[in-house]
Design a protein around this ligand. Structure first.
Ligand code: SF4
Length: 190
């Protein structure tokens, strides 16, 4: 691909992102608030903090604080003392937040992607993951990858337990649901 084709692809990604959210008004949510809701729905219990959210979206702590205040005022997210460390704050979606996410404008984009790839988006996902990895590396950010693809993930360390997997880094049990969440500490397995 030549540079000009790469630039054309960048224009397409930017335009898609804008069009996906145009004309959709749910609870008066702005793009930053949607991004925070999506993150809270996908992040594991070690990563649902204001600082991790700021890292994930590439924003400042002050901006994230304003976003979270707005979500709390709308009754879509809540903060509580962390169960692991009482001095830290843990964020969570409320039931209302989960319901609102079912109207996420990105769901329309997902339908369009399925249509545009003949219901086989795997190649596109791989390409986008590679592009995202390059962008994250340039920004010296964290990957926030999926737990089961982490080098610290120990599958079935406790067979038969309700949380059969284990995190070798944090020394914590992990359920099957945990294994599909994203994590601020994730390091891709070799
Ligand atoms: S195994 Fe990796 S991704 Fe999963 S909780 Fe531990 S550090 Fe996070």
């Amino acid at each position: 691909m030549t540079i000009s084709k790469a630039l054309e692809a960048a224009y397409l990604v930017g335009r898609l992102e804008r069009l996906a959210r145009s004309g959709v008004t749910v609870e008066g949510l702005n793009p930053a608030q949607w991004e925070a809701l999506r993150y809270l729905a996908r992040a594991n219990r070690f990563s649902r903090t204001p600082a991790a959210l700021a890292d994930y979206v590439g924003s400042t702590r002050g901006t994230i604080s304003q976003t979270l205040i707005a979500l709390e005022q709308k009754g879509l997210a809540a903060r509580r003392a962390s169960a692991r460390d009482g001095r830290s704050v843990e964020l969570a979606l409320t039931r209302r937040g989960e319901a609102v996410l079912k109207q996420d404008p990105l769901l329309h984009l997902a339908q369009d992607i399925a249509l545009g790839t003949d219901d086989d988006p795997a190649k596109l996902v791989t390409t986008l993951q590679a592009i995202l990895a390059a962008t994250i590396a340039r920004n010296e950010g964290r990957a926030f990858g999926v737990c089961h693809s982490c080098r610290h993930f120990r599958r079935n360390a406790r067979p038969g337990a309700s949380s059969p997997h284990h995190c070798g880094l944090l020394d914590e049990p992990l359920s099957e649901a945990d294994s599909k969440d994203i994590c601020q500490e994730q390091e891709a397995a070799a």
